[in-house]
Design a protein around this ligand. Structure first.
Ligand SMILES: Nc1nc2c(c(=O)[nH]1)N[C@H]1C(S)=C(S)[C@@H](COP(=O)(O)OP(=O)(O)OC[C@H]3O[C@@H](n4cnc5c(=O)[nH]c(N)nc54)[C@H](O)[C@@H]3O)O[C@H]1N2
Ligand SMILES: Nc1nc2c(c(=O)[nH]1)N[C@H]1C(S)=C(S)[C@@H](COP(=O)(O)OP(=O)(O)OC[C@H]3O[C@@H](n4cnc5c(=O)[nH]c(N)nc54)[C@H](O)[C@@H]3O)O[C@H]1N2
Ligand code: SF4
Ligand SMILES: [Mo]
Length: 706
């Protein structure tokens, strides 16, 4: 049976796959042992790629909703209708009356990634939202302020570091994020085998914390305080040393003066980490041969996400570990979007305008997803009246999804480009279906730029796509062209010509150009000669050249963060919160909200379980397996309880992406394993006030027997 090569597009690990085919059906999916980057690593989700492709619930031709009934329509009719309706609304109420929400899988499809900037330009709406503001926005803000570029993000040099300090990440479940590293558990094993240390800071003793040298159970939302205390000690003990960064860094003295205000004794009560432990950690970090501090979803989807993201870079920098082997390093990807954006002058921006209802800042031209519902359901000039969603499920993924769910009912028109009729797209008037998985080619445009070694791999489609679907690139550009044909979108001949030229050229050719002009001068043809992928070597120091700041200076203490410290101080002055707080989690066999329709992934014990400490459970008369009612300011849900000492007292945890109970979605298997939605509890009013990012973690809740 022929074995063909592909690449997994489900998470950031970019695993090389060896796919056994029988005709056009997939017999097995294995890790490609000859992929120099992922070295055969794979997780259970890859086997579910064919489940999605062949899912009887998958949308395989455009669907039009007529009240509660769905009917297949041709692409031509669908695009004609969508273009006409969206254009009419834009002409009548302004371009920003049509909103856009871009979901996470876009970053896993170069085709989608290349189309979205063109689409956004063509539509010309300021009502743009994406999964960025429920995820990594704080890291991007730190990148913009400190390095001058919103997508210039350092990654931990996991393969060479001697000391890995990990905050709010659980790569043994997530397979790593903003750290593309296929086979992360092997890499963490190797770290320990060469005598290195792994320290995990997380309110839950996660799968990763369980294999670490030390687990520090921090109170949710207090990472910035811990980091300030670590900086305090690094300065106090005279261990600050910028090394090669010194000649081009600004703000060291300000950072020193700031950290002076946060001795460990001041933060121990609030963080739940004893001053002595903070001292030991600071010493170990600053005296290690090399060290890296790294934070992910738990560190940035919280009330002080922006500060935390800044302080992580700052700690690496002042200990001389930024841009250094074994530290926090920049990549040199074969297709370099940072360089492209640099050439077009688009390094990003922040707070240039604000949202209509709550005055939240834009970031890179997008408004926080936490403000989407109110921008739809608050009447008045500038209200969003129509919405385009692309590869997103904000009803389950954004804070107070229930409010958004209701708001979507009030739209005049909605188009969704998606594989499924799910909790969000069920509200659409039209669903435009796209290709997926092995039906398309793959080059990981986003994640090789975040990989712990420079690497590249291009794979061709393994089978034709179903007749009724289009590629992401084509679907999006065809929609943009139709809106403009009907007199909507941003006007301009040049723009029109650009769109048509891009559509004609196609995504593949554009990718090829990016590779040819990239730092390794590759091309699809060259990559075609190495179907298992190419190793482009370890990460190399590259500052100050890689910086995009004026004068190529590294900004250690940007103004916006210094100002936000007042908010942190004010919070510290208030009495600590009483009662339970809720945090999120991920599981290896689940992928955000959209893979619960694969039986192989959802069978077995239920995934959507409320984890709590035995004392917290006992105090509420709850035993393992019993159902609890969890309530927050915005709503309440029911879930079975899991009792475990892995959680700190006072903290409960629930995974997101569940709650497949809404009528009108068409997800048979997911509905039979529905669970409840964490985001029916998270609060859209609770954001990191600096960045506007959703503060999913640390939601005050009550828990009682259901
Ligand atoms: N299997 C699987 N893999 C995935 C995904 C998935 O859904 N399933 N999703 C993908 C996506 S979109 C992303 S962005 C990545 C995310 O990748 P990770 O960030 O590694 O994922 P999480 O497992 O959410 O880890 C977040 C951790 O933060 C902890 N935490 C919560 N609050 C706080 C806090 O205030 N402080 C600290 N220090 N920790 C806190 C949580 O307990 C949790 O263990 O994973 C990707 N990979
Ligand atoms: N409480 C809480 N909420 C969270 C998080 C958390 O940790 N806690 N994590 C947040 C994070 S990190 C993220 S990234 C977001 C994700 O939030 P979203 O991106 O809004 O949601 P997903 O669940 O990824 O849904 C992806 C959608 O894209 C569709 N899709 C998949 N592949 C393709 C494709 O190739 N083409 C097209 N056209 N469609 C496709 C799927 O059918 C699905 O409808 O969730 C966030 N929500
Ligand atoms: S770790 Fe991520 S990329 Fe690798 S097989 Fe699993 S889902 Fe796919
Ligand atoms: Mo994410």
């Amino acid at each position: 049976m022929p074995v063909r090569l592909h690449t997994c597009m489900l998470c950031e690990a970019v695993c090389g796959l060896a796919v056994e085919l029988e005709g056009t059906s997939v017999r097995s999916v294995r890790g490609d042992a000859d992929d120099p980057f992922s070295q055969g690593h794979i997780c259970p989700k890859a086997a579910a790629i064919p489940d999605v492709q062949g899912d009887p619930d998958r949308v395989l031709e455009p669907q039009r909703r007529d009240g509660g009934r769905w009917q297949a329509v041709s692409w031509e009719a669908a695009l004609e209708e969508a273009g006409e309706r969206l254009a009419t609304i834009q002409r009548k109420h302004g371009r920003s009356a049509v909103g856009v929400y871009l979901g996470n899988p876009i970053v896993h499809s170069y085709s989608a990634l290349l189309a979205t900037p063109l689409f956004s330009r063509a539509l010309g709406s300021r009502a743009r939202f994406s999964a960025t503001s429920v995820d990594q926005l704080p890291h991007m803000l730190a990148g913009l302020e400190m390095f001058g570029h919103q997508i210039l993000l350092p990654v931990p040099d996991v393969d060479r570091t001697s000391f890995f300090l990990m905050l709010g990440a659980n790569p043994l479940a997530s397979n790593g994020s903003l750290m593309t590293a296929g086979g992360i558990s092997r890499r963490l094993d190797e770290l320990r085998k060469r005598g290195g240390k792994l320290i995990v800071v997380d309110p839950r003793r996660t799968e990763t914390a369980a294999v670490a040298d030390q687990h520090l159970a921090i109170r949710p939302g207090t990472d910035a305080l811990l980091l300030l205390a670590l900086l305090h000690l690094v300065f106090e003990e005279g261990r600050a040393d910028l090394r090669h960064l010194a000649p081009f860094s600004d703000g060291l003295q300000i950072l020193r003066d700031t950290a002076r205000r946060f001795p460990p004794e001041r933060v121990e009560g609030r963080t739940g980490i004893a001053a002595g432990e903070i001292r030991a950690l600071a010493r170990a970090f600053s005296t290690a041969l090399s060290a890296v501090a790294y934070g992910r979803v738990g560190a940035c989807t919280q009330e002080f996400g922006g500060l935390t993201a800044w302080l992580i870079v700052a700690l690496n920098a002042v200990t001389g570990n930024l841009d250094r082997e074994g530290g926090f390093m920049f990549t040199t990807p074969a297709a370099d979007l940072v360089a492209l954006a640099e050439r077009t002058g688009d390094r990003g921006h922040f707070g240039v305008w604000r949202s209509r209802v709550r005055g939240l800042p834009e970031f890179g031209g997008e408004l926080p997803a936490a403000t989407l519902a109110e921008e739809i359901d608050t009447p008045g000039e500038g209200r969003i009246r129509a919405l385009v969603t692309f590869a997103g499920n904000p009803v389950l993924s954004t804070p107070n999804g229930a409010r958004l769910d209701r708001a979507l009912e009030n739209l005049e028109y909605m188009v969704s480009i998606d594989l499924y009729r799910n909790e969000t797209t069920r509200h659409a008037n039209l669903i435009l279906p796209t290709s997926f998985g092995f039906e398309r080619d793959h080059y990981d445009l986003a994640f090789y730029a975040l990989a712990v070694r420079n690497a590249a791999r291009y794979v061709k489609p393994l089978m034709p796509r179903p007749a009724g679907v289009r590629g992401d690139f084509e679907a999006l550009l065809d929609l943009a062209l139709s809106v403009r044909r009907h007199g909507g979108g941003r006007p301009g001949r040049v723009l029109g010509a650009t769109l048509r030229a891009a559509r004609m050229l196609g995504d593949r050719r554009l990718l090829d150009l990016l590779l040819r002009f990239g730092p390794h001068r590759l091309s699809l043809r060259k990559l075609g000669r190495s179907p298992h992928g190419i190793d482009l070597g370890p990460l190399r120091p590259q500052l100050p050249a890689r910086l995009s700041t004026p004068g190529k200076r590294l900004q250690l203490a940007p103004e916006i963060f210094l100002r936000d410290l007042q908010r942190l101080e004010a919070r510290l002055a208030q009495p600590a919160q009483e009662g339970l707080v809720l945090i999120g989690r991920r599981a290896l066999r689940s992928n955000n909200s959209w893979m619960h329709n694969s039986l192989r992934l959802v069978k077995g014990p239920p995934g959507c379980v409320l984890l709590m400490h035995p004392e917290d459970a006992a105090a509420r008369g709850l035993r393992a397996g019993e159902r609890a009612r969890v309530a927050s300011r915005v709503g309440s849900i029911e879930a079975p309880v899991g009792v475990t000492e892995d959680l700190a007292r006072g903290v409960v945890s629930l995974p997101h992406g569940w709650g497949h109970t809404r009528n009108g979605a068409s997800l048979g298997i997911a509905a039979a394993h529905a669970g409840a939605s964490l985001n029916d509890l998270t609060d859209e009013q609770s954001v990191d006030a600096l960045s506007g990012n959703a503060a999913f973690n640390g939601v005050p809740v009550t828990v009682a027997k259901a």
